[in-house]
Design a protein around this ligand. Sequence first.
Ligand SMILES: N[C@@H](CCC(=O)N[C@@H](CS)C(=O)NCC(=O)O)C(=O)O
Length: 208
Amino acid sequence: MSNPILFHCPQTRGGTTRWMNEELGAPCAIEIVDIRSGAQKDPGFLARNPMGKVPALLDGDVIVTESAAICAHLADRYPDAGLAPPVGSAERGAYYRWMFFAPSVLEPMMLDRLTGVERENPGSAGHGRPEDVISAALAAVDGRDFIVGGAFTAADLVLASALRFAMMFGAIEKEEPFVSYVARMGDRPAAKRAAEKDAAAAAELGWT
Ligand SMILES: N[C@@H](CCC(=O)N[C@@H](CS)C(=O)NCC(=O)O)C(=O)O
């Protein structure tokens, strides 16, 4: 089976998937989609991903979209890297929990905050009250080296990326233990390599 192709653009959510690729020893070919030029809306790309968004992963003849799903898929596709707890284990449940928490709870809450949306009935919004989201995440990270069990998993990568964005854009306070957790994850050699490669790709596109 041929290696997957990761359609990616620097300075986007694709950075999370590029980091994942680096954690695995970079098995995916990277194809840059310049979203500032609108390449994500080209018919050829839309035929693959009708959302017209990056990242997207082509694995064989299957397309996987959504950063967290791509990371989860790659963790299973390359099991020797040990980035996902065994299927059916209790830790796998916690892994899914935090893997889904980032895009389905943290990110919508962050976008609400950044756009000034006040929910009349937070209970009907999947993410509920922002303060509950934040206190749940704080408690989950507090006193732990990793979000699940005793080792780094793809859930750390996805959660730390979401927390980093949320702090960077001011949707959540830069507070402990978020700051240390995100810094620790960002210090991983694979995270640094991904950031360097993204900086080079951005420079090649002529972005400052
Ligand atoms: N839920 C998706 C979001 C993907 C997304 O919104 N990507 C943005 C870049 S961060 C994009 O491609 N925007 C270009 C556009 O929508 O035209 C994920 O997590 O991968």
